[in-house]
Design a protein around this ligand. Sequence first.
Ligand code: PLP
Length: 380
Amino acid sequence: MGEQFLLRNYDRYPLSLEAGKGCYVWDDAGNRYLDFITGIGVNAFGYCHPRLTAALLEQAQRAVHFSNLVSHRDQEALAARLCRISGMDRAFFSNSGTEAMEAALKAVRARAVPGRSRLVALHGSFHGRTMGSLSVTGQPCLRQRFVPSDVEVTFIAPNDHAALEAAVAYDTAAVILEPVLGEGGIHPLDAPFLQQARGLTRRVGALLIADEVQCGLGRTGRHFAYQWAGILPDIVVVAKPLAGGLPLGATLFTEEAGQWLPPHSHGTTFGGGPLACRVALEFLDLLEETMPQIEPLAAQFLARLEWLRQRHPVIREIRSKGLMFGIQLVEPARPFVQSALGQGLLVNDTQETVLRLLPPYIIGETEMDEAVRVLDGVLP
Ligand code: PLP
């Protein structure tokens, strides 16, 4: 049957998957692959984690959907948990990262007073594919043909302190940052840059939005990557791993920022349903137990990648924060993704020349060694 009836919007790898367990997936023909991209950062606890599966099955027998006309206990419990770990006060639930970002942008727009509507975002950033999120995404190839040219966004380079100082002024409504740029090729923002963004936005009265869709929820060894810089944004956006593979996004607001989305200003049919919220609560329980191991695991894997770098001149640089790794090559990465697939390892290429690895939080030495052995075999 093939892909005859699917829209041709994806440039997929030649792989058709059927099942997964732990750190591994299996294709239609029964071949096994070590998954070091985890559904682009979604399957943080691998596939079919027994506790996530049990929570899902148990809740599926109670109720999958109610609607946001009514309240339910797990949505309230999840909001409370997310607020506690993030330092925010209010949560809005949606179904994806891009929707979670749209809610943040709507709050900024609702708050905007005349003369204060300009946004500041980063070159190379990625915030999603819907029109608002795309308008603050710093990748011209994704924006072109979709975002009107009169949208008021100033893009600056990540970690460019002088450009940030120059860009944030009294006409700025918000600064939007990914504390670690993910799709952009794994570029961590340095702590002084995040602190400067917080200081400047406070000084001019603009909002600071942290997009933690890829780098949040334990991926860097903290609940949120902005916590490494000791700052508190006004709005935090999360999604990807939150509900163990079920679609769930959350926009977290300070009390003050949340007031700009009063009753009837925003909403969703599916967001924050009982099934996703129940699994997300289990995910957060698991995360509490696992988080202390994330940094040590990341250090062990980084040491192996450094060993690889010394052996392969095609590697120009390794960038990382926690369990986010960008292997910067001096040539296109796609052929190496395909050779790695042939050797049973699933990784991803981004920005043409970067091999991106987002391994699950449950990897051990065996999986690390296996991934490095495959990369050692396929890189020149
Ligand atoms: N923000 C960041 C940092 C992302 O990495 C992504 C997706 O990769 C998004 C937003 C959009 O999320 P989604 O694809 O769930 O809409």
